[in-house]
Design a binder for this molecule. Structure first.
Ligand code: XMP
Length: 319
């Protein structure tokens, strides 16, 4: 892709000019954006870059392994893998308000990055995979008054407190362009094509209070759902699909016993930039089969519902 080849060269020059001999720290989330930003910056400044992958205990099944493998083994980019799950889950205990969850997680990310920056003798820059829609959505709702819908913690806030300047090479791009750039940089297709995953992770897919037990159930249900979608060849048609664990238990029957277990909500949408979205029209057979698999394979779940809300009026995530 000619446009992306040119973009790559231009951005590399810009990054070199901005950073000089400074040190950059880059947080990886497991998503496409931060991975593309990191690979691009690494190409520009090599080992002046340190990547940090924070496991906040809110990741999907096998997420940490996928990211660590990609960076350490595929790219040979040094990566610090921090297990901060105790700290994050501890501070999130009893927190139910979505914005408080985001703010708590944002604050803890700062603390972890600060600690990691100190270990490498200080960093001058913080790199983020901020995209154009992140910039817009954090400022105002499309076409509406200036109201913050969700305070994406990867936009603003962080660096002022951290005394670091921002490096955001993807700030003018949309998701499909980031994917093109990722391919241009040689990222494996399986990684480039991944659905977006929010920085606060499963915290915002677990409405109400977050516990390790709930997260385990959610991780398993989500993995079954995504497996179903892949097996049916639907993954690339969908912008984003994930399971949500509702803070509700309902009655069911299994064998000759009564059950009283959680409800899992399934979400799948099509979109081009995440700013508007349509719910995905699965056929009922697929949904029925998926519900059966989740209930059979995931202990603690006895009911599955499908979300048929588009955006607007719904947001993609449930919190
Ligand atoms: P919503 O739920 O606002 O999501 O319709 C739009 C897109 O943004 C992602 N999202 C987030 N990403 N931090 C992030 O890094 C956040 O706090 C956050 N909230 C939503 C969401 O997954 C979707 O792709």
């Amino acid at each position: 892709d000619w446009t992306m080849r040119a973009f790559r060269e231009e951005e590399i020059a810009k990054i070199r000019q901005q950073v000089g001999k400074g040190k950059v720290i880059c947080g990886l989330s497991g998503g496409v954006d931060s991975a593309v930003a990191a690979v691009l910056i690494h190409e520009a400044i090599g080992d002046q870059l340190t990547c940090v992958f924070v496991d906040h205990g809110l990741l999907r099944l096998d997420e940490a392994k996928t990211v660590v493998d990609l960076f350490r083994h595929h790219y040979n980019i040094p990566l610090v893998h921090v297990d901060a799950s105790k700290q994050f889950l501890g501070e999130l205990e009893g927190v139910t308000d979505p914005e408080t969850k985001r703010k708590t997680i944002g604050r803890l990310f700062i603390e972890v990055f600060e600690a990691e920056a100190k270990k490498i003798g200080g960093a001058d820059f913080l790199a983020q995979g901020t995209l154009y829609p992140d910039v817009i959505e954090s400022v105002s709702f499309t076409g509406g008054p200036s109201v913050t819908i969700k305070s994406h913690h990867n936009v603003g806030g962080l660096p002022e407190r951290m005394n670091m300047k921002l490096v955001e090479p993807l700030r003018e791009l949309f998701k499909d362009e980031v994917r093109k750039l990722g391919r241009e940089l040689g990222l494996p297709e399986i990684f480039v094509g991944r659905h977006p995953f929010p920085g606060p992770g499963l915290a915002i897919r677990c409405p109400g209070d977050i516990t390790r037990d709930k997260l385990d159930i959610l991780r398993k249900a989500d993995a079954v759902y995504i497996d179903q979608i892949r097996k049916h060849g639907l993954y690339d048609e969908i912008w984003q699909a994930f399971a949500v664990l509702l803070p509700v238990k309902t009655v069911g029957v299994m064998g000759d016993g009564r059950t009283y277990d959680y409800v899992v909500g399934l979400r799948a949408v099509t979109s081009t930039d995440g700013m508007t979205a349509d719910f995905y029209q699965f056929d009922m057979k697929f949904l029925g089969e998926t519900a059966t698999r989740i209930i059979n394979e995931v202990k603690g779940v006895n009911r599955v519902v499908y979300d048929v809300t588009s955006k607007p009026p719904g947001t993609i995530e449930w919190e």
